[in-house]
Ligand binder design. Structure first.
Ligand SMILES: C[S@@+](CC[C@H](N)C(=O)[O-])C[C@H]1O[C@@H](n2cnc3c(N)ncnc32)[C@H](O)[C@@H]1O
Length: 281
């Protein structure tokens, strides 16, 4: 795994978010995303949509879905939010909720780039941990920048799991379970069958291969059954589903028409991109 390659994927995702302004029925607003991107990454975002329009829509839905999980957690009283592999996520600025502390974790190059772009616009970044989070004690590093390990938190791990080897995913999850008293963690993932060729719909395997070519980074992990997480960590699965269905749940009724085409897709396509909400109680 080359985390520098993965760092560039943050720009492609920001490019997809920046294109939300151009669609007929925007699902969210990220007015900051266009500050980070250039023509190279906008073109990559277009190439992802060319593989299948649903791929762009899945990223849009994942944004809506994590936005909703975050909003609900804040309504429920969460005071600490950690974005693991935060990339160019601007939720701390977009959500700006009194009394809620945001923390960002990413590699130094990504965080430095983000800080330098935002400083040109007079915007500060939240408390952050610059590291390869697979190689440090993240609970300790978070505590050093003000995270309270005994208070509840929401961790958003968006667009990360597929890029990481599975043994390191479990090691990382066990480390945060050991070092942080209680937390919710929400993440997106792909089925492992897309990587080992056993997924029932072969076209979807091809889409997945093409996505890796466009983003120029390799996918290492997927989960066919989330019991694997429960069996290997102290986490319990609280909710899960495919990103498109869940995203549609959160999309206003009036905007659903734009996604009717997805109902004609085989269920294997719809199920190829999933999310989980797990808890350490
Ligand atoms: C696909 S981007 C997603 C960014 C952001 N979460 C979003 O959805 O817009 C993945 C991000 O995770 C970061 N990342 C992945 N593995 C990492 C690791 N082991 N240590 C630090 N950062 C990592 C990358 O640098 C990159 O910024």
């Amino acid at each position: 795994m080359n985390i520098n390659e993965v760092g560039a994927t943050a720009l492609i995702i920001a490019a997809l978010r920046s294109q939300e302004d151009e669609v007929d029925q925007p699902l969210f607003s990220d007015p900051y995303s266009h500050w980070f991107v250039n023509e190279e990454f906008l073109e990559k975002a277009r190439q992802l949509r060319e593989i299948h329009p649903g791929i762009g829509d899945m990223v849009r839905f994942r944004t809506v879905m994590f936005n909703s999980i975050l909003a609900k957690s804040i309504r429920d009283g969460i005071k600490q939010v950690v974005a693991i592999g935060s990339g160019l996520d601007m939720r701390p600025q977009i959500v700006k909720s009194d009394g809620v502390s945001f923390f960002e974790v990413d590699q130094p190059g990504v965080l430095d780039f983000k800080r330098s772009v935002l400083s040109q616009h007079g915007i500060d970044v939240p408390a952050s941990v610059a590291c390869n989070y697979l190689e440090v004690s993240l609970p300790e590093r978070l505590a050093e920048v003000g995270f309270n390990r005994s208070e509840s938190s929401l961790m958003i791990w968006e667009g990360n799991t597929m890029y990481l080897p599975k043994n390191l995913i479990f090691k990382f999850l066990n480390q945060i379970c050991d070092g942080i008293e209680k937390f919710d963690l929400t993440f997106d993932y792909i089925p492992h069958g897309l990587l080992d060729g056993t997924y029932e719909h072969k076209e979807v395997i091809e889409y997945c291969d093409n996505v890796q070519k466009v983003v120029n980074a390799k996918f290492y992990s997927g989960f066919d059954d989330l019991r694997e997480i429960e069996d290997n960590t102290a986490l319990k699965v609280w909710a899960s589903g495919n990103v498109l269905d869940i995203g549609k749940q959160y999309v206003d009724e009036g905007k659903q028409e734009a996604f009717r085409y997805l109902e004609d897709e085989p269920s294997a396509f719809i199920s190829a991109y999933r999310f989980a909400h797990v808890k350490k109680a």
